[in-house]
Design a protein around this ligand. Sequence first.
Ligand SMILES: *Cc1c(COP(=O)(O)O)cnc(C)c1O
Length: 387
Amino acid sequence: MCKAVLQFLHTHRIRKKAAMSAHPIYNFSAGPAVLPEAVLRTAQQEMLDYNGTGFPVMAMSHRSDMFLSILHHAEQDLRQLLNIPSNYKILFLQGGATTQFNMAVLNLARGFSTADAVVTGNWSRIAYEQMGRLTDTEIRLAAHGGGQYAYKNLPAVEDWDVNPNSAFVHFAINETVNGLQYQNVPKLSDGLPPLVCDMSSEILSREFDVSDYGLIYAGAQKNIGPAGATVVIIREDLLERCPNDIPDVFNYRSHINRDGMYNTPSTYAVYMSGLVFRWLQTQGGVKKIEAVNRIKAQTLYEAIDGSGGFYINDIHPDARSKMNVVFKTASEDLDHRFVLEAELQGLCLLKGYKTVGGMRASIYNAMPLEGVNALADFMKDFQRRYG
Ligand SMILES: *Cc1c(COP(=O)(O)O)cnc(C)c1O
């Protein structure tokens, strides 16, 4: 619960649980985000004794057979879920998506005078600003969703001004903060540089073709598992670009050459990610979850668009995110009231990002349809009372 709610409950002497409605708490956090309840229950059961080994996962040597098997299965299940071709390697690194902004350039841009960046919102802008540090590579702005678009629309991939001699083209496919997402998964024509994609807040939410990309990375805490693991999927031939003189801990090839064991991986986060992969398989895989995700997003956008202007989302309809739905009312006071009252009904962490304001409902794979329906009902009820 947020501070304001706790203060409110304290002032009014309401016990935390009493404030909760009949349904379970629905967690709309952008990240670290909701995890499937079934996964948490399995983790709870296995907390002290993983699979009859007598070991807690948290206390296993990362080089033990027990952990190597957990890592191997997580990799295999991810490969199966995303249909990752055999010429792509998978790593579970640390340092979050943010570290990948720099690792991508350090590893892939040596000998190139430029790398291209597409800026469409908060995260790709930070990437653009940070990527050039530590190297001589100039980061070229290939397309910009600000200014004219003010992060309300996305520059079409056909309009990206790509330099064919650049090391790669970086973009974020789903802008977690601003609520924008490329509807068609971008790909570049042959002969253009490889695409490097920040998929933190959408990986595993819909089908796409891994072979359209050179490098994909995603922090686990949005749509995979707990914070601490960062999934990196890299095309094998690009490993030849990794310079020998960068520190091994930042070098993709050094991690690959040591089977992801160059240094200690975030073992528990990898284990949890593996449980989520298996859960996804039981849900019918990415294709099935994509269909559910479409209904979830549609439910919220219909609630917004059907409110006669009470709720506002001014993102271009072709660029609206199916993972992070941003909306606001006409006043900040009312937004504040919305967040507080929603919280009291067990619809939690709906406050928008600090620079954007308003509300944001993050509806990743693990958010059940019931949670989205409960939010849509609450939105209608709130409008009846304040509209
Ligand atoms: C959350 C997020 C990041 C930052 O991830 P960290 O793991 O905190 O480094 C970067 N890009 C996108 C798209 C995100 O959603």
